[in-house]
Each structure stands twice: as structure tokens, then as C-alpha cells.
Design a protein around this ligand. Sequence first.
Ligand code: FES
Length: 304
Amino acid sequence: MTARRPVADRVDEFVLSSASGEPLPAWSAGSHVDLVAPSGVVRQYSLCPAGAGSYRVVVERRADGRGGSMSVHDDLAVADEAWISVPRNHFALTRALGYVFVAGGIGITPILALIDEARAAGRPWRLLYIGRSRAEMAYADELAAAHPDHVTVHESRVSGRLNLGEALAGLPRGTAVYACGPAAMLDAVADACAPQPAVDSFTERFTAAIADRVPSEEFELSLAMSGVTLTVPEDRTILEALDGAGVVAPSSCREGMCGTCETGVVSGEVDHRDAVLSPAERSENESMMICVSRCTSGRLVLEL
Ligand code: FES
């Protein structure tokens, strides 16, 4: 880690460069990396625009998480080494006639690079940046100063709750709405866009929309490549069942958020419970996140 600075209350920016001096691999807007905190906890962080060959991540120190962000804040100093994955992207900018970005708090981080890409494409765009107060909203002042006609900063402590149904009503046809933030905000964005058929919405969740409330059922799992067949009990995930059978499959967050465990589906009805795949990707039924998603047809065959 080569530089660090605070950018809001409890929010610090970290610049990462390769220990060997080689440029870090190129990445596209919307990408994230896994970062191993000094405590050993792996968390996913969106990449923000940075100098060539470097990465910039922004970390909010959260006491209510698994301790990853606290460890990054408390234990990672300039010149320390940190392990990160190669970038992955499940939130890339699609072609659209214009863009509306909605960021809630630290959800601004993937949006920064998306804004740069929309500007580079010469498309109209605007940003709704929602938070409790400016002091807690990274880059709020810089964004508003740099793009006064495009950026609306909404401080809920000052102005109360923003009605996203009203804020996103009547969008021009061909608009793509990109939102990142708390689940309630993303649900409100989806509700606002649903009645507008020529508007697409894309969301990046902080926490997977894992339906703990939905009962899980046992099913049979067959692995097409290795020929292994096993039972996935109702109280274990596919990944856990594979672990138990000695089958190694890649994984990272184990919460349906990072995309590392994405596995091809040969046959079977998938109950998608991740926060990675879009509705269109889910309906294609070609892959699934085996750390959280399950099967509803009694038998599932995977490309493993
Ligand atoms: S391990 Fe991260 S989505 Fe499955």
C-alpha cells in the first residue's frame, strides 16, 4: 500500500501498487477486488479511478461487520503489503442513451469509475448521492464542485428521506440506472424503474439478497466433469457439501457477493440467492453462485 488518506468520517482511501513495481493489471469501470485484511478476513472493494498501474479502494470502518474493514483501518499502514485478487466485474456499464447513477453512502465507490466512463462516451448523466450528512459522504464536495449541473447531494439528516419514486420518475427512454448502496435504497430504485419499460436498472449490493427466510430443501448434486454425485442437505450450501466431499472449488466471500464461486450449470432449476447475477443472467440459467444458491428441482448437474 503506497498511500492512504481520510476522505470522510470513518472512511479512508487506500492506494495500492504492486510490490514488484510492475503495473497492476488493467481493469474496467465497475470492477472490484478481494482484499485480505491483516486479520485474514477477505472483503470485496470496488476500484476507483487511480493513476496508471495503481488501484484505489475506499474503505468504511464498520464495527458491525466481520471485522475486515476495522482491520484494514487499524492495521494497514503505508508500505505494508496486502494481498488482493485480480479485478472482477459484475457491474460494468452497458450502452445506453443516458445514465442516472444513485449512490448510497460508501456505494459511491463503484459509481466514480462509471461516471468517468459515461463522460468519456459523451452520454448525458446525473448522480443522486444520498447519505446521512456530507461529513460521512466520501468525495461529496469534490463531485458537487466539479459537476454542479450533474450532481445532487442529498443529506437525509438535513432534508429527510429522499423519495426515490419521485426522483426517478419520468426518465427518458433508453436511460440506464446504476445504483449501489443499502438494500432498502436498491429496492426503492428497482420499484421506481419497474413501471418504466424503456429504462434498465442495475444494482450492486453491499450484502447479498440471501433469502434466509426461504426454506431450503435437500437435493442431489452431480458433477459432470468428475462424475461425483452427492447429496446437498437442507442445512448446508453446495460449497460446504463439496468441501465435505473433498472437492475443491474456488470461493472467497461465501456470501453470494463476489462472484468467485460462479459455476456453470448443466441442468436443474436454480434458486438464485446471490447479489451478483442480473435478472437476465439468472433467467439464462447458465451459471450460479454455489456458495449461496440452491436447486428447486431435486437434481442439479454442474460443470465441475
Ligand atoms: S464465494 Fe463470493 S459469490 Fe460465492
